[in-house]
Ligand binder design. Structure first.
Ligand SMILES: Nc1ncnc2c1ncn2[C@@H]1O[C@H](COP(=O)(O)OP(=O)(O)OP(=O)(O)O)[C@@H](O)[C@H]1O
Length: 667
C-alpha cells in the first residue's frame, strides 16, 4: 500500500460515495413502502399501527416530550400492541388518524416524528421531536403510528468522514496518519518485568496485550477468537489507564457491547458515565447513566423543577379544547425547553468534565453532549462489527486508540444490503491488519468460556484448530454449578434436537412481502417457527427444573420474528431469561444457550444462517451447555460449513428427535 496522501483522499472519497448511496437507499426503501401502501397495507406489512390513543404525556430526560400510546381495547386483547420489528431506537411518525381516508398516501407523513423508547404489548412509548409537536392538534383523537427509515446514522457518518477528509495534512492525528498509510506503525517496546498488573489472573498473551496497548503511541489492536478474553483484557487496560489519570472514551458498535464493558467495570467500582437513553441500557449499568447521574446531582434539582413545570403544561395541552389555547401552551413549553436545555447543558458539562471514563456507542460518541470533549484514548470493543465510518466518530476525538475484535465474528451490517455497497461493510479493524500486517496487533488464543466439546467445531472450522480451552473450563458442565442436579441435560455440553421430517416447518411470514419495498425492509427478518419455539420452551423448562437459574440461560435465534414467538411463551414466567437475536448477543456469554435455527423448508433455503460469522457467534456464546434446535434436512443442504456442522453435531452431540405430536396443540 502506498504511503501517501493520495490513498487518504481516494479512500475517503470512496467511503463518502458509498455512504451517500447507502443513505439514499435507506430513505428510498422507506419512502417507496409508504408511497405504495394504503394504511391497511402499511399495517399488514408491520410498518404502521392504527387505533392508538395517547394515554400519557410527560417530559422525559433531555427535556423531550414523551407519549405513551395504547391500542384500542379490541386490538389489545387479540394481538397486543407489538408491531412487527418495531424496536427501541426506531424512528416513527405519529399523526391523527383520518377516518375513511384509506387511499391517502403516506409518502411524506405529516405528523410528529419521534424515537421509540419502549415497545411492550401494552403500550408504545415514543420520545417526540418538540419542533413538530404542534402538528398533533387534538390529543384525544385516535392516532396512527408509522415506522419510517432512519438515515440519521448515515448522516452522522457522512459528517464525520467529511471532517476527516478536510483535515489539513499538518493537522492529521497520529491515528489518521497510521490508518491511511501516511506513517508506518511502530510496535511499542514491552517490558513485562516489574509491571504491576491489577488482575493477576491474566495469562501471558493477555499481559502482553495490555503492555502492547498501554505502550502504543497511536494504535493497538487486540485480536482473538471468541472467549479468549478480549473484553477482559480491555478491562485491565481501562483500570490501568484510570490509575494513571488517563481520560478514556470507551465505545462499541451496539448498546449491548458498551453495557457489557460497563457492567464489568462497575464490579471494580470505577467511576464512569454512560451516555445513551436509559431505556436502552442494561439495568445493571443504569446508575452510571448520564441522565440518572444528572437527576441525582445538586444542579439537577434546577433541571427537575423546569421539567415539572413542563409536565404540568403538557397536562393542560391535553385538556385544552381550543386550538389557539393549545398553540399558546405549546409555545410556553418550547420556551421552557430552551431554558431547560441551557441548565441541563451546564449540569451535564460539570459532570462530564470531571469524568475520566465515558462510555457510549460509536454513534452516541457523536452526541452534542461530548462535542467539545477531548480524550487521550478511545477504546473500541467488538470493533470488527463496526463500519469503518462509524469508528471514526469517536476516533476524531483522540490521539490514540485501542481496538479489540475478531474478523471471523459478525461484521458490520449494511442495513439495506445492496451488492454495490458491500465495500462499505469492511471494518477499520480488518483494514488496519491488511494495511500494516500482524505487527499492529496482539493475538489471544486461550479461551475461558466454552467446554471443549462446544469449542471444537468453531475452532476446527474457522480458526485452524488454534483455539485452546483453559483447564478450568474445558470440561465444565451445568451439573457442576451449585444447586444444579445431575440430569441428561445438565451433564451434556452439546445437545442437538433434530427437527427433521417436515413436522417443524418454518412459518410463512405474517407480513405482506409481495411488495418489493416491504420485502426489502423486512428481508431476512420475518421468519419464525412456532413448533421450534415450543421445543425451546420445553428444553428451557427442563433446565430450570434441574436447578439452572433463568438468568444463566439465553435463547438466541437469527430471526427477530422467532425472538417474538419465543418471548410470547417464556418472557412472562422468567423475566431474567435473555431472549434475543444472534446479532444482538455478540460479545456476551451465558452458562447455557438454546439456539433455534428456524429454517425448515423444501428448498434447502438457509437465509441468514449462510453467514458463517453469524453462526460462529451463535455457537460460541455458551459456557457449559449448548442446545441446538434445527432441521438437519434443510440446514444440511446449505453451505459446506453448515453441512459439516450438522455432521459434527450428529457425531458429537447428544442427538435427540422430538415427538411432533407433543407440540401441535401447544401454540
Ligand atoms: N485470564 C483469565 N482468567 C480467567 N477467566 C478469564 C480470563 N480471561 C477471560 N476470562 C473469562 O473468559 C470469558 C470470556 O472473556 P471475554 O468475554 O473477555 O472474551 P472475548 O474475547 O471478549 O469474547 P467474544 O469474542 O465472544 O466477545 C469471560 O467469562 C471472562 O471473565
Amino acid at each position: 500500500m502506498a504511503l501517501n496522501m493520495e490513498y487518504f483522499h481516494d479512500f475517503l472519497d470512496k467511503q463518502l460515495d458509498l455512504l451517500e448511496k447507502a443513505c439514499q437507499a435507506e430513505q428510498s426503501i422507506s419512502h417507496d413502502a409508504l408511497a405504495q401502501l394504503s394504511p391497511r397495507g402499511l399495517r399488514s406489512s408491520g410498518l404502521a399501527w392504527s387505533n392508538l390513543s395517547i394515554s400519557r404525556w410527560y417530559t422525559g430526560l433531555g427535556g423531550k416530550p414523551i407519549v405513551e400510546l395504547v391500542p384500542d381495547g379490541a386490538d389489545l386483547t387479540s394481538r397486543g400492541v407489538q408491531i412487527v420489528d418495531l424496536k427501541t431506537g426506531d424512528i416513527v411518525v405519529i399523526e391523527e388518524q383520518i377516518p375513511k381516508r384509506q387511499s391517502k398516501s403516506y409518502a411524506h407523513p405529516s405528523g410528529v416524528s419521534g424515537v421509540v423508547i419502549r415497545n411492550s404489548r401494552q403500550k408504545i412509548t415514543v420520545a417526540l421531536d418538540i419542533n413538530k409537536i404542534n402538528s398533533i392538534h387534538d390529543t384525544s383523537k385516535r392516532m396512527l403510528l408509522i415506522k419510517i427509515g432512519n438515515d440519521a446514522p448515515y448522516r452522522r457518518m457522512i459528517r464525520t468522514i467529511t471532517d476527516v477528509k478536510s483535515t489539513a495534512e499538518e493537522n492529521l492525528s497520529g491515528i489518521m496518519k497510521i490508518s491511511f498509510g501516511v506513517s508506518e506503525h511502530t510496535p511499542p517496546e514491552m517490558i513485562l518485568d516489574g509491571f504491576e498488573f491489577l488482575d493477576e489472573n491474566l495469562n501471558e498473551d493477555q499481559k502482553e496485550a495490555v503492555l502492547f496497548a498501554l505502550g502504543a503511541e497511536n494504535i493497538a489492536l487486540i485480536h482473538g477468537p471468541p472467549g479468549t478474553g478480549k473484553t477482559h483484557t480491555l478491562i485491565e487496560i481501562i483500570r490501568q489507564s484510570v490509575a494513571r489519570g488517563i481520560r478514556v472514551l470507551v465505545c462499541g458498535p451496539s448498546n449491548i457491547s458498551v453495557d457489557n464493558l460497563a457492567d464489568k467495570l462497575a464490579q471494580f467500582r470505577i467511576p464512569m458515565i454512560r451516555l445513551g437513553h436509559p431505556a436502552r441500557l442494561l439495568p445493571t449499568v443504569l446508575s452510571n447513566s448520564l441522565d440518572v447521574v444528572i437527576q441525582d446531582s445538586d444542579s439537577g434539582a434546577l433541571v427537575r423543577d423546569i421539567r415539572k413545570e413542563m409536565d404540568e403544561k403538557l397536562i393542560l395541552v391535553k385538556k385544552a379544547r381550543i386550538v389557539t389555547e393549545r398553540r399558546q401552551i405549546w409555545e410556553n413549553i418550547r420556551e421552557l425547553r430552551i431554558d431547560y436545555r441551557t441548565r441541563e447543558k451546564k449540569c451535564t458539562d460539570e459532570i462530564l468534565n470531571t469524568s475520566k471514563i465515558v462510555l457510549a456507542t460509536l454513534h452516541g460518541a457523536g452526541s452534542h453532549l461530548i462535542k467539545e470533549q477531548k480524550f487521550e484514548v478511545v477504546i473500541i470493543d467488538e470493533s470488527g462489527q463496526a463500519l469503518e465510518a462509524q469508528s471514526w466518530i469517536p476516533l476524531v476525538k483522540a490521539s490514540k486508540c485501542i481496538l479489540a475484535g475478531d474478523h471471523l465474528q459478525l461484521g458490520p451490517t449494511i442495513p439495506k444490503s445492496d451488492a454495490n455497497l458491500q465495500p462499505l461493510g469492511s471494518s477499520l479493524f480488518e483494514r488496519l491488519i491488511r494495511l500494516h500486517g500482524p505487527a499492529i496487533k496482539k493475538s489471544l488464543s486461550l479461551q475461558y468460556r466454552m467446554n471443549r466439546v462446544i469449542m471444537q467445531y468453531p475452532s476446527t472450522a474457522l480458526y485452524q484448530s488454534s483455539l485452546k480451552a483453559a483447564s478450568q473450563v474445558q470440561n465444565h458442565l451445568l451439573s457442576d454449578l451449585n444447586g444444579v442436579e445431575k440430569t441428561d441435560d445438565t451433564q451434556e455440553p452439546l445437545v442437538y434436537w433434530d427437527t427433521q421430517g417436515g413436522f417443524f416447518r418454518e412459518n410463512a411470514s405474517n407480513i405482506d412481502e409481495s411488495n418489493p419495498a416491504v420485502h426489502m425492509l423486512h428481508k431476512n427478518e420475518s421468519k419464525s417457527n412456532s413448533m421450534e419455539a415450543a421445543l425451546c420452551n420445553l428444553h428451557l423448562r427442563s433446565l430450570i427444573k434441574s436447578g439452572v437459574q433463568s438468568k444463566d440461560i439465553a435463547i438466541i435465534t437469527p430471526y427477530s420474528a422467532q425472538v417474538t414467538a419465543i418471548s410470547e411463551r417464556a418472557r412472562q414466567d422468567y423475566p431474567d431469561l435473555e431472549i434475543g437475536t444472534v446479532d444482538g448477543f455478540q460479545g456476551r456469554e451465558k452458562e447455557a444457550v438454546i439456539l433455534s435455527l428456524v429454517r425448515s423448508n423444501d428448498h434447502g433455503e438457509t437465509g441468514f444462517l449462510a453467514d458463517e460469522r453469524r453462526l460462529n457467534v451463535a455457537m460460541t456464546r455458551p459456557r457449559r451447555h449448548l442446545c441446538v434446535i434445527g432441521d438437519s434436512e434443510t440446514i444440511g443442504r446449505g453451505s459446506h460449513y453448515l453441512k459439516n456442522w450438522i455432521e459434527f453435531l450428529e457425531e458429537h452431540a447428544d442427538l435427540r428427535y422430538p415427538d411432533p405430536s407433543l407440540f401441535y396443540t401447544s401454540k
